[in-house]
Design a protein around this ligand. Structure first.
Ligand code: SAM
Ligand code: SF4
Length: 336
């Protein structure tokens, strides 16, 4: 007899998986220096899951107790017809929180529709407030357009808007306070993310440019005394958050190197090609595209593959900036 499907996903280490990050495209209109090489080869289009397939994956996860989905990429908002995926996801029974991570380039035109269709939270990447430097770090980005996108997101009334900043020593490390002040002025959150060695890049030496969360916290504290809000939680992700004064802004630090948060990990990722990745820092994965495109496909077979995948979720990641990365995939394939 076939075993009944569980209602929730639990891995071998008794961690409940209730959060999925779905990459809807590996393509992007930017080429951020820490994320991509200048010349990138993207997956052939037929390898990328269709919007219907992505919806099916989301449905399977939600029926297995996942309450939070974040759409990411590449740049999720440059995927053709993305709103036609977001609309049904916003109405998926059982899905409590639909969120997006974006580089902000399209938000000036899409923020209002995203909010109306049920997106609750938006994370927007912003590494510099200096137009030339912003262009240099993103290789293609237009700062004014991204700031207009951030302001459109604030005006759209999302439950939460958070800026994400990756700080590289000697590149934008002198802008930490400016970025915090920018978030404070708008009453939105900001998180500083330590650079991770995902993919081989030769634009800079990741070990030399590394800025630890400790260093950044020290810089912020010089102007804004920080009050901790407790340890990271599954709900809020791996950031350690602080408040300053009575401002609504939370200032977070995501420290995959200096603070290992794997014991709290409640998430898995699905790449744009349908590979279910059990850990950002390991290659353990299951090919959901093969399941979706099998002649005998049913939602049940998809759910079973996801349940079985929980047995190979690794206990933790190991990142070493001085070693050649074990993980050759770039962040855009996984979506952060
Ligand atoms: N394009 C969207 C964006 O930039 O927000 C979504 C995808 S992007 C891969 C998601 C997040 O990953 C961004 O905040 C980006 O700054 C971060 N990121 C990319 N490469 C990284 C790396 N090597 N180390 C740390 N964070 C990285
Ligand atoms: Fe594109 Fe986001 Fe990667 Fe930058 S971080 S290249 S915006 S996917």
């Amino acid at each position: 007899m076939t075993k009944a499907l569980p209602r929730v996903l639990i891995d071998r280490f008794q961690r409940r998986v209730d959060y999925v990050r779905l990459s809807v495209t590996d393509r992007c209109d930017f080429r951020c220096v820490y994320c991509m090489a200048e010349d990138m080869t993207f997956a052939p289009k037929p390898h990328i899951l269709s919007l219907e397939e992505i919806h099916e994956v989301a449905r399977a996860f939600v029926e297995l107790g996942v309450g939070k989905i974040r759409l990411t990429g590449g740049e999720p908002l440059i995927r053709n017809n993305i709103l036609s995926l977001i609309k049904p996801l916003g109405q998926l029974p059982g899905l409590d929180q639909l969120a997006i991570t974006s580089n902000g380039s399209q938000l000036h035109r899409l923020a209002g529709s995203l909010r109306e269709l049920g997106v609750k939270r938006v994370n927007i990447s912003l590494d510099s407030l200096q137009p030339r430097r912003f262009r240099n770090l993103t290789r293609h980005g237009n700062l004014d357009q991204v700031i207009a996108g951030i302001d459109a997101a604030v005006a759209a009334g999302f439950e939460r808007v958070r800026l994400n900043a990756v700080i590289l020593k000697g590149r934008n490390s002198d802008e930490v306070l400016d970025l915090v002040n920018f978030a404070l002025q708008r009453g939105i959150d900001i998180a500083f993310i330590e650079e991770m060695p995902l993919g081989l890049i030769d634009e800079h030496n990741r070990a030399l440019s590394f800025c630890s969360s400790e260093e950044l916290r020290e810089i912020v504290s010089r102007e804004h005394p920080l009050v901790p809000l407790g340890d990271p939680s599954g709900q809020d992700g791996p950031a350690r958050y602080f408040r300053t004064g009575d401002a609504p802004t939370r200032i977070g630090f995501i420290s995959p190197h200096s603070h290992n948060f794997c014991h709290l990990c409640n998430r898995v990722r699905v790449t744009a090609e349908g590979r279910l990745l059990l850990c950002l820092g390991n290659e353990h994965s299951v090919d959901l595209r093969a399941v979706l495109r099998a002649p005998d496909y049913t939602l049940d077979t998809l759910k079973r593959s996801i349940v079985n995948a929980m047995d190979i979720k690794p206990e933790r990641h190991h990142f070493d900036l001085d070693e050649t990365p074990d993980i050759v995939r770039f962040m855009n394939t996984t979506g952060g």
